[in-house]
Design a protein around this ligand. Structure first.
Ligand code: WT7
Length: 642
């Protein structure tokens, strides 16, 4: 355990001797050596991952941006997450599960997890699930969610986990877009003492879908309706063998689709594959969190987001770690629930989001002081920029000034951490994500595409866990993210603004496109606008992300009504409910302004920048490109009147 203080030099925190000595990576030359990225990705794939058949080439870039990694190799990520651990650590705890009710908990060993995954894989087969079939998983945070994912992967099916907070409409759209054959769900789960009736949401979604079967886990025992010939209980599918051969799949075999928000109304189905994703999530888990065999790793993300896929499930299990998953709300029944879980289970590595840190900061230190958090040795953060104040609060109050705070930058598309410190070698600066992970070349480009110290964050080489495509939209994949440099090589544009300081450290400024981060959740302005416009009263809508002290951003909507409709408090409520039903609670605008007109350019493009300035009460800047400049004063009046 690392008990000595990280050495702080003004705003620079050096790794302590203790951290350095024990770290997987403690040679600074790793950064230089990794410039030869193909060698690095070849070495770690060989040293840390088991292959059924070796690959012939590390990378095939002949059809960029449709890159292929570990060409010709045969692998299955579940072999690396399960089978290979059975002999040496079959009795080690793989999953510690804590339900929201304090007395509901479970420990699952690697051996038991292996058996349960095999059983469910066989169950899926009896339902006719084959390689390449899509299985949508819509569940709360229970072990069976991981079991369902791993079971799909084991037989070469593709899982599509939909975040439990999404509405039935959002779920329906994803099931249809992915063309799912089977849905795996549950009767319900607990959140803040209430039962979320998951199956009921699924039933509503399925009114407009064509799936063959629905598997329902009994978690609560609440009333659910089962459709004959379609719905089947999880426990009724258990009379199958608990051995299921691990299918040897091509490195590029699809593993999962995960929908994420972009700049259009339609979410993108980000596609990841077995081989490269296994290598990338494995090695980042090991090096960034400096994960050791005795660690208890708690990543608080919901598995319905990429952080949960990569750092609750695949990365840690591939490393044979013990993970903790918690079903409920962070502050239920009391604001110290998370801290009591850390104390109770002796969590050593803790990975969460700035929005949670800001929330706990506001609640005050007394909730932490009640608990012994000395088991912790490393803290991580992800999802949005952490301001230095929150960073230091986290370092001091959660980490007791002896845990490095590891800020990790990445995206659904990157699959794995891209920029983050390595705890044994990288000096920390509060608020900076520090340096690119070895083997990934990151840079900044100005508007003309030239290297700059501030501009858009780009990645200049392919990396193993990168997404391979957008489900059903290869043109969108090829067009939206990639641009050629002068030598004709493709560069990945992240959509984030960033700057680089004199030490080469990166500082993330935030999205430069119309994508919001609400409590760390990614939402598109266009998506929320689409939901508003689908309401009968709305003719046009514009949504902006207003800065918020705890959530980072909250959506604020400007709505033009159709003739015949009048602004009213009821209509505002109705529109909020409508967005909740179309997308989910996270997308509901905090404020809706009814305006006569939106600020638009002569070519009809909505200028959201102006709306944001009005909302923040800031200087509006140049409005000469507007079709009608009087609109600005009119919107200000509407806001003023509220
Ligand atoms: C966007 C990706 C992959 C992790 C969860 C979010 C923002 C992510 C950081 C960070 C500043 C961050 C970026 C990025 N973001 N991590 N450490 N510092 N911003 O995945 O939902 O695909 O969102 O999250 O804006 O583009 P995601």
């Amino acid at each position: 355990m690392n008990n000595s203080k990280e050495f702080s030099q003004g705003e620079i925190y050096e790794p302590s001797e203790e951290t350095r000595r024990h770290a997987w990576v403690n040679n600074e030359r790793i950064y230089e050596m990794a410039q030869d990225y193909l060698t690095l990705w070849d070495e770690v794939a060989k040293s840390d991952i088991e292959w059924f058949e070796p690959y012939e080439d590390v990378l095939d870039d002949s059809n960029a941006p449709f890159y292929r990694w570990y060409v010709g190799g045969k692998i299955n990520i579940t072999h690396n997450c399960l089978d290979r651990h059975i002999e040496s650590k079959g009795d080690k705890t793989a999953i510690i599960w804590q339900g929201e009710p304090e007395n509901e908990k479970e420990r699952i060993t690697y051996h038991e997890l292996y058996r349960r995954v095999c059983r469910f894989a066989n169950a899926l087969r009896t339902l006719g699930v084959k390689e390449q079939d899509v299985v949508t998983i819509y569940m709360g945070m229970v072990p069976e969610l991981l079991i369902a994912m791993l079971a799909c992967a084991r037989i070469g099916a593709i899982h599509n986990v939909v975040f439990g907070g999404f509405s039935s409409t959002a779920l329906r759209d994803r099931i249809n877009d992915a063309n799912a054959k089977v849905v795996v769900t549950m009767d319900g789960y607990y959140r803040r003492g209430k039962v979320i009736e998951t199956k009921r949401i699924v039933d509503k979604a399925l009114e407009d879908c064509n799936v063959e079967s629905v598997v329902v886990l009994e978690r609560i025992g609440n009333d659910v309706s089962m459709v004959d010939g379609r719905d089947i209980w999880w426990h009724d599918l258990q009379k199958v063998p608990d051995k299921c051969e691990c299918k040897a799949l091509d490195s590029e075999h699809p593993l999962f689709i995960l929908y994420t928000s972009g700049t259009t109304g339609k979410p993108k189905g980000v596609l990841h594959v077995h081989g490269g994703y296994n290598v990338g999530t494995h090695i980042t888990t090991k090096w960034v969190f400096d994960l050791k065999d005795r660690d208890i790793f708690w990543c608080t993300a919901d598995i319905g987001w990429i952080t949960g896929h990569s750092y609750v499930v695949y990365g840690p299990l591939s490393n044979g770690a013990t993970i903790l998953i918690y079903e409920g709300a962070p502050d239920y029944p009391q604001p110290d629930r998370w801290w009591s879980i850390i104390e109770q289970y002796g969590v050593t590595v803790f990975y969460t989001a700035p929005t949670a840190i800001r929330y706990f900061m506001k609640l005050g230190e007394e909730w932490l002081e009640k608990h012994d958090l000395s088991s912790l040795r490393l803290l991580g953060t992800v999802g949005e920029t952490i301001d230095p104040e929150a960073w230091k609060w986290y370092y001091k109050n959660v980490g007791n000034e002896h845990c490095p705070v590891i800020d990790t930058w990445w995206q659904t598309e990157t699959g794995m951490v891209v920029i983050a410190p390595l705890p044994g070698v990288t000096k920390l600066k509060p608020g900076s994500v520090t340096l690119p992970f070895p083997g990934i070349l990151v840079d900044i480009r100005d508007e003309k595409g030239n290297p700059a110290d501030s501009g858009e964050l780009v990645i200049t080489n392919p990396w193993p866990a990168m997404f391979r495509n957008l489900w059903g939209e290869p043109e969108r994949f090829a067009k939206q993210y990639w641009r050629s440099n002068d030598s004709g090589e493709l560069i990945y544009y992240t959509g984030d603004g960033a700057r680089k300081d004199g030490d080469g450290y990166y500082w993330i400024i935030g999205r430069i496109d119309e994508v919001l981060k609400v409590s760390g959740h990614r939402l598109g302005s266009a998506e929320i606008e689409g939901a508003l416009i689908s309401h009968e009263a709305v003719s046009e809508a514009a949504v902006i992300g207003k800065p918020h002290e705890i959530k980072g951003q909250v959506p604020v909507a400007f709505v033009v009504l159709k003739t015949g409709y009048e602004p009213s408090v009821e209509l505002e409520k109705d529109l909020k409910t409508h967005v909740r039903n179309e997308i989910g609670a996270i997308a509901v605008p905090e404020e809706i302004y009814f305006v006569e007109q939106l600020p638009k350019t002569r070519s009809g493009k909505i200028v959201r920048r102006i709306l944001l300035a009005i909302e923040k009460g800031e200087e509006i800047g140049d409005i000469t490109t507007l079709e009608d400049i009087t609109v600005v004063e009119k919107i200000k009046d509407v806001k003023g009147a509220k």
